[in-house]
Design a protein around this ligand. Structure first.
Ligand SMILES: C[S@@+](CC[C@H](N)C(=O)[O-])C[C@H]1O[C@@H](n2cnc3c(N)ncnc32)[C@H](O)[C@@H]1O
Length: 195
């Protein structure tokens, strides 16, 4: 009788171990698949702008308390958070990766600017950024070029655009500034823009 019970116990343990292993493998696979799905949707991988370059971008654009700054592909939110904290601007960060949005919201809270900034999980090619007075970018050359007609169509004349590292092809920048190994490009939306 005891041997019989022991056998049942052993089978039960084995069955629950198999169930746990199966669940573990399924969860790991599900998490990998969703991470892969996000990575596949990224037009640009995540690389943060260095703090000195963030400062220089905001200074080149002369960001001030009357500005509404949009960072398209905002990462951990550092550009809009710095603009709000140091220059009193309001800001919107857009990123397609939900992990970046979580990080950005946490950082905004930590820096005490949650009332001045907002982070939206969305594709930067689909978002309405027409309320921006300043747009910041750290994307890639071909992504800048793909975005250019949308910038020219949506933004009001006088809106400033600052890009870390990459230019806009034949749209010549008004300013080009070198900081700590990076180049910052600056444009203003003209009175009559030609998308
Ligand atoms: C090079 S990082 C720049 C991060 C931040 N702007 C900075 O300068 O520190 C590019 C960011 O764009 C985001 N991204 C890539 N493709 C995107 C898309 N189609 N829509 C919105 N965000 C995107 C990535 O998740 C990443 O956080």
């Amino acid at each position: 009788m005891v041997t019989y019970l022991n056998q049942i116990l052993r089978y039960t343990k084995l069955a629950s171990s198999v169930t746990f292993i199966f669940l573990g493998v399924s969860l790991t696979l599900a998490s990998c698949t969703s991470k892969k799905a996000i990575t596949e949707r990224l037009d640009v991988p995540y690389v943060a702008t260095k703090p000195a370059v963030v400062e220089a971008m905001l200074q080149v654009a002369q960001v001030n308390k009357n500005d509404t700054i949009y960072d398209l592909g905002c990462g951990d939110g550092r550009i809009v958070i710095t603009a709000a904290k140091e220059y009193g601007a309001t800001g919107v960060g857009v990123d397609i990766d939900p992990n970046r949005i979580k990080e950005a919201n946490k950082n905004a809270q930590k820096e005490g600017v949650s009332d001045k900034v907002q982070f939206i999980q969305q594709d930067l090619f689909e978002v309405d950024f027409s309320k921006a007075t300043v747009v910041t970018l750290y994307l890639l050359p071909y992504v800048n070029l793909k975005l250019k007609p949308k910038l020219l169509a949506q933004l009001k004349p006088g809106t400033r655009i600052v890009s870390n590292e990459f230019d806009m092809g034949d749209w010549k920048p008004e300013k080009e500034v070198k900081v700590g190994g990076s180049t910052i490009y600056f444009w203003t939306i003209p009175e009559q823009s030609n998308p």
